[in-house]
Design a protein around this ligand. Structure first.
Ligand code: UDP
Ligand code: MG
Length: 340
């Protein structure tokens, strides 16, 4: 790091930090993971907490986490979900509980190195970013099943959303808490977090930096190739919400107006042919197309109004997450770990 005035100020004391780790069937990773975070953050000159979210594991991950928390102290907080809600929901539960000014996320399988976090925090502050995305330049995963599909996916996501990053899939990220707490994550949407963040902040406040990556040692990956389909659907949703998020009705409305105009033009043409030129229009395919377009335009406009209503109801309901917590460490006695 250069010794700019900013980095000196940063080096004196860093903001409070919450590290969030989703864990599903990771029993053998619990102890080494917590130990690695403690080591990696020993150099973090500021208060930090670790929030481990057990995503409904059936292998004892949750119990193991509670045991380890007893020994580790109140800066290790445990949240146990009632069932397996998926990585996105587990991360959302962690974000909701986080008390830090900054939040870092990483996977619970030791593939990411927590020792990267202090440096990432400095970089986020120096570059004045809201999100610093990790980039696994030397990724230790299978080439055909993982690296090639994800390279294609990253290019596609960048093109579709206009937020170009090399490695959307890397869980190691650092955020300003106030920004990530503005975002509501659903489905598989943790894969496009930068896109959602771009929806609430300026794209130039999102950056990326190279991070270390290791092959998985214990346990197995929770994902196969089948997730590609869900990811594609969520990509369409991400694009849609980024462009039309606050007014989904406008999307359907514009298609409706376009179809209505096209249909109207065709109809006018046909009416002129029939009544002004006096020709028979009964056998013209154009007539079917015109009617189809006019009917479709009404459908699109109706869908638009409906989606507006739904969006309003959704935001008014206040029920924006769907995971349920079975048990969590008492938030009132949660502590900070600090090395100064
Ligand atoms: N994970 C989770 N809930 C799930 C699936 C995964 O909390 O339903 C966690 C998992 O324990 C790990 C992280 O999400 O900490 C990433 O999962 P995994 O390592 O299986 O994915 P990969 O690295 O293979 O993409
Ligand atoms: Mg992994």
């Amino acid at each position: 790091m250069t010794s700019s005035p900013v980095s000196e100020a940063v080096a004196e004391r860093r903001p409070s930090l919450s590290v969030v780790i989703p864990m599903y069937q990771e029993i053998d990773n619990v102890e080494p993971m917590v130990a690695r975070v403690q080591e990696g953050l020993a150099a973090y000159r500021g208060p930090w907490e670790l929030i481990c979210v057990d995503d409904g594991s059936r292998d004892g991950t949750g119990e193991r986490l509670s045991e380890v928390a007893e020994r580790t102290g109140p800066h290790l907080r445990v949240i146990r979900l009632r069932r397996n809600f998926g990585q996105t929901a587990a991360m959302q539960a962690g974000f909701d509980a986080a008390r830090g000014e900054l939040i870092a996320t990483l996977d619970g399988d030791l593939q990411n190195d927590p020792a990267d976090i202090p440096r990432m925090v400095d970089e986020l502050l120096e570059r004045d970013l809201d999100l610093l995305q990790g980039w696994r330049r030397r990724r230790q995963d299978d080439l055909v099943m993982r690296k090639i599909p994800s390279r294609i996916a990253n290019k596609l996501i960048g093109k579709v959303t206009g937020v170009a990053l090399h490695d959307y899939g890397c869980s190691l990220k650092v955020y300003r808490a106030e920004v990530i707490k503005e975002v509501t994550l659903l489905g598989e949407m943790h894969r496009f977090i930068p896109v959602w963040v771009a929806g609430v902040t300026a794209p130039q406040r999102i950056g990326e930096t190279e991070v270390a990556h290791q092959a998985r040692q214990f346990g197995v990956s929770k994902y196969g190739i089948s997730r590609t389909f869900r990811v594609v659907l969520d990509l369409i949703a991400a694009f849609f919400f980024l462009r039309f998020g606050s007014r989904p009705g406008h999307f359907f409305g514009s298609i409706g107006i376009l179809f209505g105009l096209l249909g109207g033009l065709m109809m006018t043409h046909l009416l002129v042919v029939k009544f002004v030129l006096g020709e028979n229009i009964g056998d013209r395919p154009l007539l079917f197309v015109a009617i189809l377009f006019l009917v479709a335009s009404v459908q699109f406009l109706t869908t638009g109004v409906l989606s507006e209503l739904l969006t309003r109801t959704f935001y008014a309901s206040g029920e924006r997450t769907h995971h349920r917590i079975r048990w969590q460490s008492d938030p009132d006695t949660a502590g900070w770990s600090e090395t100064l």
